[in-house]
Design a protein. Structure first.
Length: 148
């Protein structure tokens, strides 16, 4: 008897396949997944410190430092010293990065369209709403002392 996958496995598979398909769309851009994720997060929170950005990306600060080095070499990101603490570098997008982000967004739109094909607008809204409830529930549970 074939058993349906559990919710966790199904969500993980969908997330993995979304990433894989996006990578197929963007392979000619010449960035690693971590590099384009860094650009996207930085666009949302420009001027973040390297430590803050590493936390957002859920990677080690040393890993982000290497990614930032590569993005600086490609002239997509620049480091600027913090105005109040010289030990901190803040990261900013360069003008070269902005058209690249537009291209990445277009590939993201195409990937999402493929994933959501066959779902009505109403079903899509319900899916997003349900996933947001699940996320909120899990964030709350992780903040409780039981998860610490």
């Amino acid at each position: 008897m074939t058993q349906n996958p559990t919710l966790g496995f199904l969500l993980n598979d969908v997330a993995r396949l979304l990433k894989k398909r996006f990578e197929q769309h963007t392979r000619d851009i010449g960035l690693t997944r971590t590099q384009w994720q860094t650009l996207v997060y930085l666009a949302r929170c420009e001027g973040a410190s390297q430590k803050q950005l590493a936390e957002m990306l859920e990677i080690e600060p040393i890993t982000l430092a290497r990614v930032a080095d590569k993005l600086c070499e490609k002239e997509l990101v620049e480091r600027r010293p913090d105005e109040t603490d010289r030990r901190i570098n803040r990261l900013y997008l360069t003008e070269l990065a902005r058209p690249l982000l537009t291209e990445l967004r277009a590939h993201g739109d195409a990937t999402r369209a493929e994933a959501l094909e066959g779902l009505s607008a109403e079903d899509r809204e319900r899916l997003y709403a349900m996933l947001l409830v699940m996320k909120t529930n899990l964030l709350g549970a992780c903040r409780s002392t039981a998860c610490e």
